[in-house]
Design a protein around this ligand. Structure first.
Ligand code: SF4
Length: 386
């Protein structure tokens, strides 16, 4: 009888994928959790398979970059982390009294100020246990009514076929049952406004929490509303006193949701890698280079502010003459032309389809340049004549 091909059931496939990702990370290497900051950055470059598989496998990209000889300077400084933790503790002191006052002032000013709030214990074993505990606490908060503050809840979001566990600074459940994500940052808010690029980064990060929280709400009761404005808490002016403003994350939420659906499934990328590929920190630089080069990347200058491997990928991109290093807008303009060599050849009329708008534009630009140079040369000759 001919052998029947069998598609393994989802649980079997999930276990096989877990093993495969553990192999890629290296034996005994602890997986690095994917946080919302990393997820927002991943969603900003959905075409990069390299980042998707490294993040999916929980590889510590900063260590990997050091192993490759291209250490990154991306990430928060130790000083900023400590300052952030001190400020967060201050905001949440006294069972979150100040935090609730700010949430009430921003979103429910017409209602009674909170006299206190339930602050459930969210401790549990492992990320899965903590996610389940958070879901239970949210369910109890909705049933009980009143104010509830969830301090560092844990949420899960499926990313490219694998779960990512996310930990917002806090979630507030309001008496009307609406849920609000709270993001606490240590950059200052001067006269009610803060550095736009930092607020933008906080909004992208918070949008990921909103998406994860919406999944919980949909499971518990589709009538539950997750607010699309998050509460951004920062130090007021140059003091250490907290102040807050509501930040609308509708656009960031929509963009992130769309980008996450465009990520290639991790399973598919892992299946395409050569046997023995491993990103473990004890491998030699040559082995790590071969492993990293086995996964295609889409480098863009934006990687410099969002990915630990940026210096390595930039070098590789330069060496291959890829046009991606010139920036996404220009890459989009160049259509199917992938390298600087292809672009120059098309401009010189040596290759490329003349009906291709990018090729036609390049040839026109090359002709204009040649004309301008000829004029300049003629003008120089006239000036030099006695
Ligand atoms: S730096 Fe490299 S791995 Fe990271 S997102 Fe950019 S191309 Fe991908």
């Amino acid at each position: 009888m001919p052998r029947q091909d069998r598609t393994p059931p989802p649980a079997e496939r999930a276990t096989a994928l877990r093993h495969r990702l553990a192999e890629l990370r290296g034996p005994e290497v602890q997986a690095k959790a994917l946080d919302a900051r990393a997820l927002a950055a991943l969603a900003s470059n959905p075409g990069c398979r390299r980042r998707a598989i490294l993040d999916g496998a929980g590889v510590d990209k900063a260590r990997l970059a050091t192993g490759l000889g291209s250490p990154s300077d991306y990430g928060q400084s130790q000083f900023a982390l400590i300052r952030g933790n001190v400020f967060e503790a201050r905001v949440k002191a006294d069972r979150g009294a100040e935090l609730l006052r700010l949430a009430h002032a921003c979103f429910d000013p017409a209602t009674e100020p909170p006299a206190g709030a339930a602050v459930p214990d969210l401790t549990a074993d492992g990320p899965k246990g903590r996610t389940a505990r958070t879901e239970l606490a949210l369910r109890e908060a909705v049933e009980a009514g009143g104010w509830t503050l969830l301090d560092h809840p844990m949420l899960a979001l499926e990313v490219a076929g694998a779960p990512a566990f996310l930990e917002p600074d806090a979630v507030v459940v309001h008496p009307d049952g609406v849920w609000t994500v709270v993001e606490i940052k240590s950059f200052p808010m001067l006269d009610g406004s803060a550095d736009a690029s930092k607020v933008g980064a906080a909004a992208r990060q918070s949008a990921v929490y909103v998406l994860a929280l919406e999944e919980v709400a949909a499971r518990l009761d589709p009538a539950i509303r997750v607010r699309h404005e998050v509460l951004l808490v920062c130090p007021k002016d140059f003091s250490n006193l907290p102040t807050a403003r509501a930040v609308d994350v509708r656009r960031q939420r929509a963009v992130t949701a769309r980008q996450l659906t465009r990520l290639t499934r991790i399973e598919e990328i892992a299946d395409g890698l050569p046997e023995g590929t491993c990103f473990a920190p004890d491998r030699t630089p040559e082995e790590l280079e071969a492993a990293v080069d086995a996964v295609p990347a889409t480098y863009a200058p934006e990687c410099l502010s969002s990915c630990e491997l940026a210096f390595h990928c930039r070098e590789r991109s330069r060496a291959s003459g890829a046009v991606t290093r010139l920036g996404r807008p220009l890459r989009a303009e160049l259509g199917g032309l992938r390298t600087v060599e292809e672009v120059l050849s098309a401009a010189r009329g040596e290759s490329g389809d003349p009906d291709d708008p990018a090729v036609a534009a390049l040839r026109r630009a090359a002709a204009l340049r040649a004309e301008a140079l000829a004029h300049a040369a003629a003008a120089r000759e006239v000036t030099l004549c006695p």
